[in-house]
Design a protein around this ligand. Structure first.
Ligand code: PHE
Length: 453
């Protein structure tokens, strides 16, 4: 086993964790899931989920990682529970599953950088999305996205990730704020805000089975939970760091970026009479493309926007790859570039169906949200809540002066958090089983996802 690297600086860990959290989950998924799940009511359930379920779960992953200073699989063995290694392995698998189609969406983003520079989508934003989101184009850009991810990981933790994220995170926030201010000036912005921020509670009564699993899993997805990622990143953290303070900072920043994305997307959708509820994965792409086709300097703004989104997506994909590289280099005499290249190839292949037909992408995504993420998080919470128990509290206390947080945290995990995740899982499985072939009935039909506008 080689000597384990640690983060060069405390802010390095924070930024890398934020870099993992902030990504397509905030900028693409969050507006898209909000738009297709009833608007503000989804946002409300999501915000509660982030605070009540997401933050405690993030701390649970941190505790496992820092206590053992090991990769996410061996961490459980080091704690003395060899069988629970399955939780680390399952997390890594789920991250793998997600990144396969995440990379396809990352490819779309890359495509849109070029499309913006050339003004290619200016005449027909919705048709453009239909044309580039599936088939050979999508496969090519999916391959490019994966190749860049592999290249960054090959350089190693400090060189690659730490430096990159120092630039990425602040630039995302600045650009999103600028765009949100611009979006506020559009006619129709008020309707967009109302859809995004003014909950319609009657929606919950009829659609809880869809809204709750999507909103709770959105919290997991966007915080990179249930994918062994935060366990891995915190394994490089020293004991002077307050996990609670850093975890709080990550949750707040990550949530703000998601809200900002909504404040950009919804005014634009409404100002352009684009039907939010049927926009699907196209929402942000079509909204932004319509915007850039109308404003002066749209080409430059478009390039800047999609470039920032690409960077955000890369820093997330990198974090997943880091999980597997960390495990492999702890065990075998293999070099980072070799592992990264192998994983990149496997991810590319798994993502091929999603790149070929967006119906597959939705299917992969639904399975992740309704089944995989809640299962993985539930197992982790049972482990930390009931098996680690008091040991988890003492780990959390290191580097922190807030002594009362630990016991409250553990109690919350043992009760409401675990219970909520069980409810989420049951509702998710129920709606999955209600579809044909677990929701696969769309494949081969006319693409259901090219938006009807
Ligand atoms: N948290 C990431 C995001 O919001 C999700 C993610 C992380 C996906 C890592 C894949 C790998 O975009």
């Amino acid at each position: 086993m080689s000597e384990r690297e640690t983060w060069a600086t405390r802010i390095g860990f924070l930024l890398a964790a934020i870099g993992s959290a902030v990504g397509l989950g905030n900028i693409w998924q969050f507006p898209f899931k909000t738009a297709t799940n009833g608007g503000a009511i989804f946002v409300l359930v999501y915000l509660v989920a982030v605070l009540v379920i997401g933050l405690p779960t993030l701390l649970a992953e941190f505790v496992v990682g820092r206590r053992t200073r090991a990769n996410a699989v061996d961490a459980f063995e080091k704690l003395g529970y060899r069988n629970w290694r399955i939780v680390g392995a399952l997390g890594a698998f789920i991250g793998f599953w997600i990144v396969s189609y995440y990379s396809v969406v990352g490819g779309w983003v890359g495509r849109y950088i070029i499309g913006s520079a050339r003004g290619a989508y200016f005449d027909a934003p919705a048709e453009y999305f239909g044309a580039v989101s599936a088939g050979p184009d999508a496969i090519l850009f999916h391959a490019l996205f994966m190749a860049i991810t592999v290249a960054v990981v090959a350089f190693g933790i400090e060189d690659g990730i730490e430096k990159a994220t120092k630039v990425m995170v602040p630039s995302i926030v600045v650009l999103m704020i600028g765009l949100a201010i611009w979006a506020a000036t559009l006619g129709g912005a008020a309707d967009g805000y109302s859809y995004f921020l003014n909950p319609d509670f009657s929606q919950l009564a009829g659609n809880a089975g869809e809204i709750i699993p999507f909103a709770v899993s959105q919290a997991f997805f966007t915080l990179s939970l249930g994918m062994a990622i935060m366990i891995t990143y915190s394994s490089y953290v020293d004991e002077d760091t307050s996990l609670f303070v850093d975890g709080g900072a990550i949750v707040v920043t990550n949530t703000l970026v998601g809200i900002l994305a909504g404040l950009v997307v919804f005014p634009i959708l409404f100002a352009n009479n684009i039907e939010a509820s049927t926009s699907g994965p196209a929402a942000i792409f079509v909204a932004m493309a319509s915007a850039f086709s109308q404003v002066p300097g749209g080409r430059i703004l478009g390039v800047a926007f999609f470039a920032v989104v690409l960077i955000a997506a890369l820093s997330s994909a990198i974090s997943l790859m880091e999980v597997i590289v960390s495990w492999a280099t702890d065990h075998f005499a293999v070099s980072r570039p070799v592992v990264a290249g192998g994983i990149g190839t496997a991810l590319f292949v798994l993502g091929l169906p999603s790149a070929w037909d967006t119906a597959w992408l939705t299917w992969f995504d639904n399975l992740a949200y309704k089944l995989l993420l809640p299962t993985s998080v539930l197992l982790l919470l049972i482990f930390v809540g009931y098996i680690l128990g008091q040991n988890a509290i003492s780990e959390l206390a290191k580097g922190s002066s807030l002594r009362s947080v630990g016991p409250i945290w553990l109690w919350t995990i043992r009760t409401i958090v675990i219970l909520s995740v069980i409810v989420t899982l049951v509702l998710g499985i129920e709606t999955l089983l209600a579809g044909d072939f677990l929701g696969l009935e769309f494949i081969g039909e006319d693409p259901p996802l090219v938006p009807p506008f």
